[in-house]
Design a protein around this ligand. Structure first.
Ligand SMILES: Cc1ncc(COP(=O)(O)O)c(C=O)c1O
Length: 419
């Protein structure tokens, strides 16, 4: 029987006896190890590690990271409010958003750091807070990502002030007496280390154009393997190279630039598994496929359907079904939607790619790995009226803690107005 790298089958089986499925389980030890790597990220002139809270925004996870000293990257005014509401100090939150919140003034007055991602945002900030310091996000002209949809740099991306518009940004800053003291670039998620290093160089070249900049935020995007098709970033190696680039910059310019990074995936993805149950099987003939249907899908793990991402998965048989043979299957979800698929072709959400799994029967369990990031926080919500799944934390003392309850039907319809 295959065994999860992070959570033992025995623990999973116990969970299936006492909780409704599907259910997310996050492993605290794995989270703590990732935080340690990120807080020890090589640097010479100072480091502020931020957690990109969009990756997994469950309160207990945010509070754990807050306690461990991480700062936060929020991608909407609502994320900022959410973080403040659960006790995170506003000064620890930087807002980098596509939509400027209506209450930006109030948030900034509380201490939230604003990162202007367009000329319009810069000007709007200037109108509210002239004679202050500001951070701006630059699109340095190159992007990266395992698929186009997570590429947020280069000419086909709307994120950040386009590199050639820097003179315009400077003019706006001058008009409102804003001092640009921080630069930010984030070129994509799932970026390969080599590209990450190139980005650091390119971003520091941009710093040269801003004499008052003391901090460079290189964003997130440290690649994490969701399956054997991908390779996890060697964080120490990537950090060492970036550190050297910053040191070289100091030697050439005399400027000691502080580093900020804001990983999401790297901090949470590997910590999470999703326990699902096989609810049906189907076969579509010689030219077709063997299907396994689970009581989950795009409702909990959307990434395969939208990016063509492959998450590693394995079967846990009920005792009486133990079978050592394997079969090639397509794993599909429970929504009435042909796109509800867990086994697309890699990076091609339209494609189908059977995977080899241990033989299973209806009632057995399918475990999906590496679901800590961009799964619970990016789910299809209540599509087909499925309730949002429960979330557990396997604490470092071995005890299981419920960190989010399963949604009730009353909660699903609570804002609907009855006739
Ligand atoms: C501005 C910004 N920072 C950080 C991140 C985190 O990226 P990742 O989870 O790939 O590390 C994102 C993700 O989209 C982002 O948009």
């Amino acid at each position: 029987m295959e065994t999860s790298k992070i959570i033992k089958n025995e623990i999973i089986k116990n969970i299936t006896k006492t909780h409704d499925l599907p259910i997310y389980v996050y492993d605290e030890k794995t989270l703590l190890e990732a935080v340690k790597k990120i807080t020890n990220f090589p640097n010479t002139y100072g480091l502020t590690p931020r957690y990109a809270m969009k990756a997994l925004s469950t309160t207990a996870i945010l509070q754990l990271f807050d306690k461990l000293g991480l700062h936060f990257d929020a991608s909407s005014g609502y994320e900022v409010e959410r973080a403040i509401l659960i006790g995170i100090a506003p000064e620890k939150i930087q807002l980098t958003s596509q939509e400027m919140p209506n209450n930006l003034k109030e948030l900034v007055e509380k201490g939230v750091i604003f990162n202007a991602t367009s000329l319009f945002q810069l000007e709007s900030y200037g109108k509210l807070f002239s004679n202050t310091n500001i951070s701006i996000r630059i699109n340095p002209g190159m992007g990266s990502g395992h698929v186009k949809r997570v590429n947020v740099g280069g000419p086909s991306s709307s994120f950040g002030i386009w590199k050639d518009d820097i003179p315009k940004a400077k003019k706006i800053a001058k008009n409102y007496n804003l001092k640009i003291t921080k630069l930010h670039t984030h070129v994509g998620s799932g970026t390969d280390p080599e590209i990450w290093k190139k980005t650091a160089k390119l971003s520091l070249d941009t710093v040269k154009l801003f004499p008052n900049v003391h901090t460079l935020n290189l964003g997130g995007g440290f690649k994490v393997a969701h399956s054997d098709y991908e390779k996890t970033t060697d964080i120490q190696n990537t950090g060492d190279v970036i550190k050297d680039i910053f040191t070289e910059f100091y030697k050439k310019t005399g400027r000691k630039i502080k580093l900020e990074i804001e990983p999401g995936n790297y901090l949470v993805t590997r910590s999470g598994i999703l326990i699902t149950k096989i609810i049906d099987k189907n076969y579509t003939g010689e030219n077709g496929y063997n299907f396994i249907k689970i009581n989950s899908g795009i409702t909990e793990v959307t990434r395969p359907a939208i990016y063509g991402s492959i998450h590693s998965m394995y079967i846990i048989n009920n005792e009486e079904n133990k079978d050592t043979k394997t079969e090639n299957v397509l794993v599909v979800g429970h929504c009435c939607e042909s796109g509800d698929i867990l086994t697309p072709k890699i990076n091609d959400p339209e494609g189908l790619q059977p995977v080899e799994l241990n033989k299973s029967k209806i009632g057995d369990y399918l475990i999906i790995e590496n679901v800590g990031g961009y799964c619970s926080s990016m789910s299809f919500g209540n599509y087909n009226s499925f309730p949002k799944a429960e979330e557990l934390l396997l604490q470092k003392n071995g005890k299981i803690k419920v960190i989010r309850k399963r949604q009730t039907m009353e909660q699903i319809i609570q804002n609907d107005i009855m006739n």
